[in-house]
Design a binder for this molecule. Structure first.
Ligand code: ADP
Length: 449
């Protein structure tokens, strides 16, 4: 087992990983930018090293700065968390070359899945059902128009290197193709330095269902059921739950078994998430994330397991400590992502937190790096915490979430707790009757903020 792990991240996820390390008797090294000198992850780690100025490009995203920190502190592995360097195949490769363990899959798997066109092709070969669309990159407006006519409108043009909901454009009819194609390509080039785009049928009322998998890097894999992440704004999730209220045990077994076969077939190492759109009892693959997800705690809650611990064990060459037969779902878990942002513009709201008080009680977990007096820097993602509740059934979990949100105090900055409070009162959220477009249309029809 590793002696020392460097946690190449910040915020709540850095804390999450540091906790797992300490529980496993492994020393944890924090890295930070100058803007994060007083951050909680710096205080909680055994050692901390400043790696650069506030912009992530010169600190958390700089592989040379992170590598240097690893050498200086003599860490034998790096946990990347999510975001930053977590899905950067070149970084994983550099680590492989230097004999430092990347806690995640091989650089090759990170690279394949990071290119959504290659990922879809790979998954199709592994018998995973995909959204109908182009087989490879689409080179011209004419080609886009031809494929769109074939699969039928509406269509969505997406960036091969995309992430974070960017580089996507919808065309409802032929006249919109030229504009959508051009805009998606421009955004893809600017944001991901890769102008390749592809086309998919735009599904009208799907849910976002994703399957958590863990592979041992050889030929064994397990699945940890699904998460429903359909409540989204700008293609980004804000509330996630497990199990999915629309998924029956038989469907879970079926899609789970397909995913396990694919992951085992790939010889995939560590945790991953296979994302699907789900409509009319059919699953359509959209992408695979080769890292820990923000929403992993809902799965941990219902299965009573620790996914980060499993990631570390597998990276250290140990076998899976879980077996499919012993995994059973207990109850229902929901996560609300707390962002420092103004609603409904969703503009980030950095600044000093004058008071912070976390909710508590049985079945309530809050993952956050906030404290009273903390200055939320303007440089990074607006996610400042997650509340995860776990109860016997969905109704009780919703009630628990509502109570937890009432207890939570974050003063000094704007945040989205008022949004969640209103959402929880809505009949569609209470009944679970919503798809990936529900939140955007509800926001558009709600004026009295
Ligand atoms: P990203 O990597 O940017 O998160 P994804 O491919 O995972 O991109 O898609 C993010 C979200 O965009 C999905 O959860 C869904 O809401 C929407 N989306 C993506 N593809 C489609 C599609 N074919 N039809 C309808 N919505 C889609």
């Amino acid at each position: 087992m590793f002696k020392k792990i460097l946690v190449a991240n910040r915020g709540e996820i850095a804390l999450r990983v540091i906790r797992a390390c300490k529980e496993m008797g492994i020393e944890a090294v924090a890295i930070h930018s100058t803007a994060d000198a007083n951050a909680m992850h710096v205080r909680m780690a055994d050692e901390a090293l400043c790696i650069g100025p506030p912009p992530s490009s010169s600190s958390y995203l700089s592989s040379s700065a992170v590598m240097t920190a690893c050498n200086v502190t003599n860490a034998d592995a790096i946990h990347p968390g999510y975001g930053f360097l977590s899905e950067n195949p070149t970084f994983a490769e550099i680590l492989e070359d230097h004999g430092i363990t990347f806690i995640g899959p091989s650089a090759e798997h990170v690279r394949t899945m990071g290119d959504k066109i290659a990922a879809k092709r790979t998954m199709r070969e592994l018998k995973i059902p995909c959204v109908p669309g182009s087989d490879g990159p689409v080179e011209s407006t004419e080609e886009a128009g031809k494929i769109a006519a074939d699969i039928g409108y509406p269509v969505i043009i997406k960036a091969a290197g995309g992430g974070g909901g960017r580089g996507m454009r919808i065309a409802h009819q032929p006249v919109e193709i030229e504009e959508a194609f051009g805009a998606a390509r421009r955004e893809a080039e600017a944001a991901f330095n890769n102008k390749d785009v592809y086309i998919e049928k735009y599904l009208n009322k799907p849910r976002h269902i994703e399957v958590q998998v863990i592979g041992d890097g050889k030929d064994k894999a397990i699945h940890l059921g699904e998460r429903d992440c359909s409540l989204q704004r700008r293609h980004q999730k804000i509330l996630e739950e497990a199990p999915g209220s629309s998924i029956t045990p038989a469907l879970r077994d079926k899609i789970g078994a397909l995913c396990v076969k694919a992951v085992a077939g790939l010889g995939y190492a560590g945790a991953g998430t296979i994302e699907f759109l789900y409509a009319d009892q059919e699953f359509y693959f959209i992408e695979m994330n080769t890292r820990l997800q923000v929403e992993h705690p809902v799965t941990e809650a219902v299965y009573g397991i620790d996914i980060v611990r499993e990631q570390i064990r597998i990276a250290a060459g140990l076998p899976l400590s879980l077996s499919q037969d012993n995994l059973t779902i207990r109850g229902h878990a929901i996560e609300a992502r707390i962002n420092a942002e103004t609603v409904p513009s969703f503009r980030p709201s950095p600044g000093r937190v004058s008071t912070f008080h976390a909710p508590g009680g049985p079945g309530v977990r809050m993952d956050t790096a906030l404290y009273t007096g903390y200055d939320i820097p303007p440089w990074y993602d607006s996610l400042i915490g997650k509340i995860i509740v776990h109860a016997n059934d969905r109704g009780s979990a919703l009630a628990k979430l509502s109570q937890a949100l009432d207890e939570l105090i974050i003063d000094g900055v704007d945040h989205n707790v008022p949004l969640f409070k209103r959402l929880l009162e809505h009949a569609d959220i209470q009944s679970g009757d919503y798809d990936i477009h529900w939140l955007e249309s509800w926001l558009a029809s709600t004026e009295d903020w």
